[in-house]
Design a binder for this molecule. Structure first.
Ligand code: SF4
Length: 435
C-alpha cells in the first residue's frame, strides 16, 4: 500500500493538447502512448504536469494564436513543468515560440516523435527542426470508447495550392509500405478496434517507393480479420480513380462516406488556388462516387473569402453546394499564410464579410445535413456504438457518418448493431435497436 502511494507520488505527469486536423490527433495519440510506456500518467490539459506537450497547427492565423494562448495557459498551470511545442506551427515559427515564457522545447513535424530523447538531454538546445523527409508513422485512436482508430499511412504534400502552408510545414509526400500499414492495422484489430480511418495529408497521393498504390493498400487492409469498417479521411478529387472506387465497392467494409475537398465552385478561384481539377471534373468524380455508393455521404472543405472572391463568385459556390450531394460541410474563412502565393494576392475580403460568408455556408451545411439525415428515418442503418453519453443514450455513427442515439439496457459500446432511426434533432438521429 505504502509502496503504491510512493510510486504514485513519484509518477511523472504529462498533459497533451492537440490543435488542427485528424492527422495531428492521430500523431498526438502515438506520442501519448510513448509517454505512458515510459511510466507517465496522462492528466488533462490545464492540470499541473511535469511535461506539457502541445501539438500545433498553422493552417490559419487563428490556429497560430490559439497555440500561443495554450502556451501561456500551460505556463500558468505548470510553471515548473517542461513545455514542449511541436508540429506545424513550431516548424514554421520556431524562433517566435522559443522566445515565449516557459517554452523548453520546440520540435518540428519530424522531431516530435523523438520528444523523449530531447527531454532526457540535459544540455539540449531549445529548437529542433529538420527538413528531411523521413516518414514517422503513427497509429492510434482519438475516439472515445476505443472503437475507431486513425491509421496514418501518408504525410506531406507535393501540391502547391496557393493558400496552403502545409507543404512547407510537413514537407514532400511520403508513405509507409503496405506491409507496415497492414501490420499496424492487425495490431489495432488485436486491440479491439473495429473501425479504422486511413489518414494522411493527401492520401490520394499514397505511393510507396516500391510503386504500391492506395488501391493496393485498401485491398490489403480489407483482408484483415477484426477490422469491420474502413473509412478514408480526405481524398483530393483528382486522385479518386475508377480503380480505387472498384476496390472499395468490392467490399462491404468500405463505408458510405467520402470527404472530397472542393474549396470553391468558381472556375477562376479554383484556378487561382492552383487546385488540380475543374468544377466539371469535381462534379463528375462526385457522380461516380454516388453511382458506386448511392447512400454515400459526401463531405467537403470549402474556403470562403479568398482574395478577390466577388459576391457573384461566392454565390456561385453557394448555389453549387445547394444543388450538389455534399452534406458534410467543413467551412473555413480564407487565412493569409506568410510565404504562400495567396498571401501576395490583392483583393482582401474584410473580416466581417468573411464571417458572413462562413456563417451563410455553415447554415446551408446544417440544413443539408439535417435533410440528408431525415431521409434515413425508417431505414435500417448499421451503427458502431462508441460510448454512452451523459443523457443515458449510446452514441455511434452510421456508415454514412450520421450520429445516432439509442437507449439500451445492454452495453452497446464497441459493437455494431442494426438500428431503425425514428427522428432527427440537434444534429443526431434517435432510433431503436433491431435485434
Ligand atoms: S492538396 Fe493543397 S490544400 Fe491539401 S495539403 Fe496539399 S497543398 Fe495543401
Amino acid at each position: 500500500m505504502e509502496g503504491s502511494v510512493t510510486s504514485q507520488i513519484e509518477q511523472k505527469k504529462v498533459a497533451l493538447h492537440t490543435l488542427g486536423c485528424r492527422l495531428n490527433f492521430s500523431e498526438t495519440g502515438t506520442i501519448a502512448g510513448g509517454f505512458t510506456e515510459r511510466g507517465y500518467a496522462l492528466v488533462p490539459f490545464g492540470d499541473k504536469a511535469d511535461v506539457v506537450f502541445i501539438n500545433t497547427c498553422t493552417v490559419t492565423d487563428q490556429a497560430d494564436s490559439s497555440c500561443r494562448n495554450l502556451i501561456r495557459k500551460a505556463h500558468r498551470s505548470s510553471p515548473d513543468g517542461q513545455i514542449v511545442v511541436a508540429g506545424c506551427y513550431a516548424q514554421m515559427e520556431a524562433e517566435t515560440i522559443a522566445k515565449m515564457q516557459g517554452v523548453d522545447l520546440v520540435l518540428g513535424t519530424q522531431e516530435k516523435y523523438k520528444v523523449f530523447d530531447f527531454l532526457e538531454d540535459a544540455q539540449k538546445d531549445i529548437i529542433h527542426i529538420d527538413t528531411s523527409n523521413d516518414f514517422w508513422g503513427a497509429n492510434t485512436t482519438i475516439s472515445e470508447g476505443h472503437t475507431r482508430a486513425f491509421l496514418k499511412i501518408q504525410d506531406g504534400c507535393n501540391y502547391i495550392c496557393s493558400f496552403c502552408i502545409i507543404p512547407f510545414a510537413r514537407g514532400r509526400s511520403r508513405a509507409i509500405s503496405i506491409h507496415e500499414a497492414t501490420a499496424k492495422a492487425e495490431t489495432l484489430a488485436a486491440q479491439g478496434f473495429k473501425e479504422i480511418i486511413l489518414t494522411g495529408v493527401n492520401i490520394g497521393e499514397y505511393e510507396h517507393k516500391s510503386g504500391e498504390k492506395l488501391s493496393n493498400l485498401l485491398a490489403a487492409i480489407d483482408k484483415i480479420d477484426g477490422i469491420e469498417r474502413i473509412r478514408l479521411s480526405s481524398v483530393e478529387p483528382n486522385t479518386i480513380t475508377d480503380e480505387l472506387l472498384e476496390v472499395m465497392k468490392s467490399s462491404p467494409k468500405f463505408l458510405d462516406h467520402f470527404h472530397v475537398p472542393l474549396q470553391s465552385a468558381d472556375p477562376e478561384i479554383l484556378e487561382s488556388m492552383r487546385r488540380k481539377y475543374t468544377i466539371e471534373k469535381y462534379g463528375s468524380v462526385i457522380s461516380k462516387i454516388k453511382d458506386a455508393f448511392p447512400e454515400a455521404a459526401i463531405g467537403a472543405d470549402i474556403i470562403t473569402g479568398y482574395p478577390g472572391e466577388s459576391e457573384e463568385q461566392f454565390e456561385q459556390t453557394f448555389e453549387y453546394l445547394k444543388s450538389s450531394p455534399i452534406t458534410h460541410f467543413h467551412v473555413f474563412p480564407f487565412s493569409s499564410r506568410k510565404g504562400t502565393t495567396a498571401a501576395g494576392l490583392e483583393g482582401r475580403i474584410q473580416s466581417g464579410e468573411k464571417k458572413r460568408r462562413v456563417k451563410t455556408l455553415i447554415g446551408l451545411g446544417e440544413f443539408k445535413l439535417a435533410e440528408f439525415s431525415r431521409k434515413l428515418i425508417g431505414k435500417k442503418c448499421s451503427v458502431l456504438f462508441e460510448r454512452e453519453n451523459q443523457s443515458g443514450y449510446f452514441e455511434g455513427y452510421t456508415s454514412n457518418f450520421v450520429r445516432v442515439w439509442v437507449k439500451s439496457s445492454q452495453d452497446l459500446k464497441n459493437q455494431i448493431f442494426e438500428v431503425l432511426p425514428q427522428s432527427f434533432s440537434e444534429g443526431h438521429l434517435t432510433g431503436e435497436l433491431l435485434q
